[in-house]
Write a protein that binds this ligand. Structure first.
Ligand code: FAD
Length: 410
């Protein structure tokens, strides 16, 4: 059978793929054919609510979708769900789908996202041990939270902390966090700011065990009943959620012979084009020459996937843009604390505002230059931080910390 011809093929039905398809239509007009192929049963949706509002039962599935189902038909964007791209031949510009259909395309976007990192320890196959990436995972955790009272979270970063807050606030589950680092979020934000978020969790009754490495899970033959760490700490529980990071899903890209970067992503230029012309990448897998950071950069954030999907679409339409957006991230610990972050980067921490009052910005300075910034209740400071990160002036830490300083004057 002759392959089906499309102008634009989008591989991966996550946020990057969805927003790329949207902009291909919005900017490219109605005459082009667009096909989006996604492995999951659902049409594209936003993942952040899976550890927040959707897990808490505050947001419905419809609210979490990228667009309502009928929108895709209105836009004349063909969506194939429950379908994987199994093979990509960049030279022939042909993709082979899991149902054996062949698609011949003019230009393609690879947006295959991430897979969760899995623990391989004794007891890891017991029931009641969850990972969180897709709708079904969030629903399974919620079902356990509605039936059981004690959870252990493995990992002290976004997933562990957000899920602990959601389960405590919305479902009254007793949560304990077990993590390698001394304080929550330490590798990302440092001890001082990480300690602030740990304090918020502890104030709400969540126990945090820092500096602990998981040894094994124990169970009753079927379900998990206990978490045991290498130091001998034992915590009884009814279920576990593991949040220990993700790895980019580059199987298809590798098999297609596309270059893979030092950060494990699909290597792209500043315009998000891969090592093969007319094939682009966006979202969690995209490792691009960042004009902002001046180095290969790969970031696993919602906002980055969203914006890269848009840049890739414009470039698939021949605009030749550089992706020069300063990466942005947000996270909520129930309605106890919200953070926003621009970066990524590390350095000496300068606090503007008050950790005690829970209203502050943290700037991360390396050799006098702002590399990243985080805000709790001081969003306006992030506008200045974005400018510092892209224009790279030397700024005085004491002036930054002084609430009397107008940041626009620096
Ligand atoms: C629970 C949770 C909470 C989060 N919260 C936040 C937050 O608060 N703030 C924030 O900034 N970020 C957050 N993130 C991260 C953010 O959601 C991701 O960075 C973003 O979803 C990445 O989008 P993507 O399109 O690159 O990849 P994905 O969303 O992973 O989508 C990729 C899609 O491609 C599909 N796929 C893979 N291979 C193939 C193939 N061969 N053929 C067809 N389809 C394929 C996958 O099944 C998947 O559906 C969160 C993530 C999770 C899981």
């Amino acid at each position: 059978m002759a392959p089906r011809d499309v102008d634009y093929l989008v591989i991966g039905g996550g946020l990057a793929g969805a927003n790329c398809a949207r902009w291909l239509r919005e900017e490219g007009g109605l005459e082009h054919s667009i096909l989006l192929v996604g492995r999951e049963p659902d049409r594209p949706y936003n993942r952040p609510p899976l550890s927040k509002g959707y897990l808490q039962g505050k947001e419905s599935k419809e609210e979490v979708l990228f667009r309502p189902d009928e929108w895709w038909d209105d836009q004349r964007i063909d969506v194939l769900s429950r379908t994987s791209v199994m093979k990509l031949d960049p030279r022939a510009k042909v993709a082979t789908l899991s149902d054996k259909e062949e698609i011949s395309f003019g230009s393609a976007l690879l947006a295959t996202g991430s897979n969760v990192r899995r623990l391989r320890v004794d007891g890891c196959d017991l029931d009641g041990i969850h990972y969180l990436r897709a709708f079904g995972n969030s629903e399974a955790i919620r079902a356990d939270a509605e039936q059981h009272g004690r959870a252990v979270l493995i990992g002290g970063s976004y997933i562990g902390c957000e899920v602990a807050a959601s389960l405590t606030a919305a479902h009254g589950v007793d949560c304990e966090i077990v993590m390698l680092e001394d304080v929550t979020f330490e590798p990302l934000f440092g001890k001082e700011v990480g300690g602030f978020f740990q304090g918020v969790l502890e104030e709400h009754g969540i126990k945090v065990h820092g500096g602990e490495e998981l040894e094994r899970f124990e169970g009753d033959g079927e379900r998990v009943t206990k978490v045991v760490t290498k130091s001998g700490l034992e915590i009884e529980c009814d279920f576990v959620v593991v949040g220990i990071g993700v790895t980019p899903e580059v199987t298809l890209a590798k098999a297609a012979g596309l270059e893979i970067g030092e950060r494990g992503g699909v290597r792209c230029n500043a315009g998000l084009e891969t090592s093969h012309p007319t094939i682009y990448a966006a979202g969690d897998i995209c490792e691009y020459d960042s004009p902002v950071h001046g180095r290969p950069t790969r970031i696993e954030h919602w906002d980055v996937a969203f914006n890269q999907g848009k840049t890739a679409a414009f470039n698939m339409l021949g605009r030749g843009l550089e992706h020069n957006v300063v990466p942005y991230f947000f996270s909520d610990l129930a309605d106890w604390a919200s953070m926003e972050y621009v970066g990524p980067g590390s350095g000496d921490t300068v606090i503007r505002g008050s950790l005690e009052d829970g209203e502050f910005a943290a700037f991360y300075l390396d050799d006098g230059q702002v590399k990243a910034a985080l805000s709790v209740g001081r969003s306006d400071d992030l506008d200045a931080a974005r400018r510092f990160i892209s224009e790279k002036p030397k700024v005085d830490g004491a002036a930054l910390a002084d609430l009397g300083t107008d940041l626009d004057s620096l």
